[in-house]
Design a protein around this ligand. Structure first.
Ligand code: ADP
Length: 661
């Protein structure tokens, strides 16, 4: 698992630029789309306008054509009325014919040069108002002008019948170059528009006739609403400032366009929104990346500073990661280790089977929780001891993906431990020699007895032989006793030999009573000499797992210390007791004396090496005793002996766990 290489950070400025570019693009695209729509709209308006102008011109032409054709007919009638004899009949015939064919003309009048009505169609009797028109009104003014000019004249528009607007066309009738009368055709302007403006025109436009003051005279449309644009042209003639105004109406159904604009805006907003989300996401991503980078830097620093080797393997046992400390420890580079499968190059060939077994145990999840020791080999062939702790490798999803081992090079520690152990053993040995030295004179005395007995039995036997006593039955008991004494002497020597022999501590089942018996064998002569009574109170106990010699050494030390402490105790009270009892999961052995006791000042230093209050003491006895007892997983401590009458004396207790037996 090589730590992933994290790319160099994208700077915030670059990121902002990267984010700004699509935004700019979207803005430009939106602007381009809206401009396109605006241009299309403009184009449409332009087209509409030119269509409007075209239509207006067409309409004006159409109206003018109609009016001109009506003028022609009326002029023809006026001409014929001036030349042909039966003018009344002609007027009636033609006027009725015209009224039938030109519905936009509401009435045709024949007036005298004095503006008196000669005849009129469709009504013979004119309504008063219409006659009035030829008073001081628009009609009258037009009449006068036509009479004066002698040609056709259109009147100004005027309102009659409430708000209906009219215009008149006046054609003078000449008879032999004399004004004979006047033909007047009346156009109601609304009818003119109604008849002459086609339906399709009014479906698109509103057609109005207005004057310069914006007074509306007539209009026609089939649509409602507000006009979009309008176009005006002078309607002159008939004229007098009359204008034809056509207003176009936008087709109300431009929903598609609106839909399009709406869609563009919605899409634009959507894109902006998604960009904003992306920005937020990228910011978060950036922050996470920052955190990851910091974490990575922290981890790398930690890894580099670690002196503990780290090695990760996947579930198949393939190495997926090693840290620099592990590489330093083994001497192999990361590339030489990563991706390797067993046997690993750092496995010691001589321990291959054991290493394989441990490897399989680790993969099976059965590695010892408190770590295990193993011997590895460096690249240069050097062996080293490693303490390995294995733990599950869990990935980000909580999946068990392998095993992570922390590896400690404990070669130095082991060497130091071994040295300390050797020194301790040496010290123990020395201490035993010292103990033995202290007991040497008594032991010599002890040994002297069987040797003296052997000598005397030997002398007795020789005497019998010299006396010529051939009775072997007399010599045999002496020889048997001699043998027994030799055995006794041999036992003493063997015991001494066993005690002082240098050997590796080895725990084996042994009976506590036997160990105490052996001790008594050593100590009894001295005790006798010092008038000390030693009582033992050892119940029947199961065998304990202990190194017999070391246990003897502890007991002898404690007994000798107790005896030394009783130097000033009156001889009658010099009593030492050795007892043992089962105390839950352990055996507690106590050695109590009635000696001087331990003062509070020295209590704390009792177990310190080389602390002694004795002139010839070495001060290592108790410290060795404690380390021996701790080697046996027990405890050693001292307390005042309160069982004595005057409260003097000390009890040394030590425990040995029963489960070790
Ligand atoms: P040493 O016997 O050579 O002095 P030890 O380590 O055995 O060394 O004892 C250290 C000291 O502890 C002794 O000098 C003595 O002062 C004290 N001590 C040990 N056992 C007893 C005891 N039973 N009563 C009183 N003092 C004791």
């Amino acid at each position: 698992m090589t730590p992933p290489e994290i790319p160099m950070p994208t700077t915030n400025r670059r990121l902002r630029w990267l984010l700004a570019l699509p935004k700019l693009g979207i803005v430009l695209l939106l602007a381009a789309l809206l401009s396109l729509l605006w241009l299309l709209h403009r184009n449409e308006i332009e087209e509409e306008r030119s269509a409007l102008i075209k239509d207006v011109l067409w309409l004006e032409q159409n109206l003018r054509f109609h009016l001109a054709s009506n003028e022609e007919q009326l002029e023809q009638l006026a001409l014929e009325m001036g030349t042909l004899p039966d003018a009344e009949r002609l007027f009636r015939l033609r006027a009725s014919h015209m009224l039938r064919n030109t519905p936009e003309i509401s009435q045709i009048l024949w007036l005298t040069p004095q503006a008196m009505v000669v005849d009129a169609l469709p009504t013979a009797h004119l309504p008063d108002e219409e006659i009035e028109t030829f008073g001081p009104t628009a009609g009258r003014r037009a009449f006068d002008m036509a009479r004066r000019l002698g040609k056709r004249v259109y009147s100004e528009p005027f309102f009659l019948e409430g708000n209906r607007a009219f215009i008149e066309v006046l054609i003078p009738v000449f008879q032999r170059r004399q004004l004979h009368g006047m033909l007047v055709a009346i156009y109601p302007l609304d009818t003119l528009l109604a008849d002459q403006v086609p339906w399709w025109f009014t479906a698109k436009y509103k057609v109005e006739l207005v004057d310069d003051n914006n007074t509306q005279y007539a209009s026609k449309t089939n649509i409602t609403g507000n006009g979009d644009q309008s176009y005006e042209i002078p309607f002159d003639p008939p004229g007098y400032g009359l204008r034809l105004r056509v207003t176009s109406y936008r087709t109300p159904d431009n929903s598609l366009q609106r839909l399009l604009v709406g869609a563009i805006l919605v899409l634009g907003t959507g894109v902006f929104w998604s960009l904003w989300l992306v920005r937020k996401l990228m910011k978060k991503h950036n922050q996470a990346e920052e955190a990851l980078r910091a974490e990575h830097a922290f981890r790398s620093a930690m890894e580099d500073s670690l002196t503990v080797g780290m090695r990760a393997r996947n579930l198949e046992g393939r190495v997926i990661y090693v840290n620099p400390a592990f590489c330093r420890m083994t001497g192999f580079s990361r590339d030489e280790l990563v991706d390797r499968v067993p046997p690993m190059p750092y496995w010691a060939p001589e321990h291959l089977a054991a290493t394989y077994a441990m490897h399989d145990a680790v993969l099976a999840g059965a590695a010892p929780e408190d770590g295990f020791e193993i011997t590895f080999v460096r690249k240069n062939g050097e062996r080293f001891h490693a303490l390995v702790y294995e733990a599950k490798l869990i990935d980000g999803n909580g999946q068990h993906t392998g095993w992570m081992a922390s590896v400690l090079d404990i070669t130095e520690r082991k060497r130091a431990e071994e040295l300390a152990r050797q020194q301790q053993a040496q010290l123990q040995f020395t201490s035993r020699l010292v103990t033995m030295g202290e007991m040497a004179s008594t032991l010599a005395h002890e040994l002297n007895q069987p040797l003296a007995a052997i000598a005397s039995y030997n002398t007795g036997c020789l005497n019998l032989i010299n006396q010529g006593d051939n009775n072997l039955d007399n010599i045999k008991p002496a020889l048997e006793k001699l043998g027994a004494q030799a055995q006794r002497a041999g036992k003493i020597i063997r015991r001494v030999h066993d005690f002082v022999r240098r050997s590796e501590p080895k725990r084996a089942p042994c009976a506590l009573a036997d160990v105490i018996d052996d001790c008594m064998g050593f100590i009894e002569p001295d005790a006798r000499k010092q008038q000390i009574r030693i009582d033992t109170d050892i119940p029947a106990l199961p065998d304990i797992l202990a190194d017999r010699v070391l246990l003897e050494q502890v007991l002898l030390n404690l007994i000798r210390n107790g005896m030394d402490a009783m130097n000033d105790t009156p001889p009658g009270e010099r009593q030492l007791q050795i007892s043992a009892l089962c105390d839950g999961p352990e055996i507690r052995i106590s050695v109590s004396d009635q000696g001087c006791g331990i003062s509070p000042e020295i209590r704390d230093q009792l177990f310190t090496a080389f602390f002694t209050t004795k002139p010839a003491g070495m001060g290592i006895g108790l410290s060795i005793c404690r380390s021996i007892i701790e080697f046996h997983r027990g405890r050693l401590w001292a307390e005042a002996n309160h069982t004595t009458t005057d409260g003097h004396g000390t009890i040394f207790h030590f425990t040995l766990p029963l489960e070790s037996s």
